[in-house]
Design a protein around this ligand. Structure first.
Ligand code: FMN
Length: 194
């Protein structure tokens, strides 16, 4: 099978766990992402890119505001995979019970993380099911020297009922992505206003 080994190899490329937050006016949201990557070799002009599913509430906020924040989370925060990654802000207010504050340009900044980067979109690419956002980092803070955590480490401690819950979510999301992947728009390049 020519593709048999591809999924397991591709998971090796996933980033450490991040929570991507965004806001548009009074609306705010956030989600787990393992698709967050450094995208600049110029220290004075830091950039990154994130891959965000277009069906996600967080993506709607990024599209509306052109801003997002990426939080690198630590090993003690592994339970956040369920909190931020299994359900949508449209179903539950994920900010309730979590320490956070309004940060630069109104971005929600979470407490207790390894660090965060506030980002302004410069361009995007349509992946059909996902949007790939390229952004300038305009403010950042390294909050602690703690280590980030990766999905394979979380899987070792994930309660079976949580694994089943995530499996059910993937049972919906994977076929939906498969259908959407061919639906590429001829979207114009992102234009930053002001
Ligand atoms: C381990 C893990 C990694 C994930 N990585 C991504 C990712 O890189 N990009 C993405 O769009 N969704 C990713 N997700 C799924 C979103 O976090 C999830 O769909 C979330 O419920 C979306 O929330 P929202 O609708 O409030 O934005 C991941 C979920 C988990 C559990």
């Amino acid at each position: 099978m020519p593709l048999q080994d591809a999924p397991s190899l591709l998971t090796l490329l996933w980033s450490p766990l991040t929570v991507v937050t965004a806001a548009d006016g009074d609306r705010r949201g956030g989600q787990i992402a393992v698709g967050a990557f450094a995208a600049s070799i110029v220290p004075a002009q830091p950039r990154l890119l994130v891959q965000i599913q277009k069906r996600n509430h967080t993506n709607e906020l990024i599209e509306a505001s052109g801003r997002f924040a990426v939080h690198v989370i630590n090993r003690e925060q592994w339970e956040w995979v369920r909190h931020w990654g299994f359900r949508s802000q449209t179903e539950v207010d994920k900010f309730e019970g979590v320490g956070w504050r309004e940060g630069p340009e109104g971005l929600p900044i979470l407490d207790g993380v390894v660090g965060w980067l506030a980002c302004r979109v410069v361009n995007w690419m349509d992946g059909g099911d996902m949007a790939i956002w390229l952004a300038d980092v305009f403010e950042a803070e390294r909050c602690s020297g703690e280590q980030p955590i990766r999905w394979h480490e979380v899987q070792q401690v994930l309660p079976p009922v949580w694994a089943e819950e995530y499996g059910r979510k993937l049972g919906h999301d994977v076929p939906d992505s498969g259908r959407r992947m061919a639906e590429l728009s001829e979207a114009p390049r992102w234009r930053v206003e002001g």
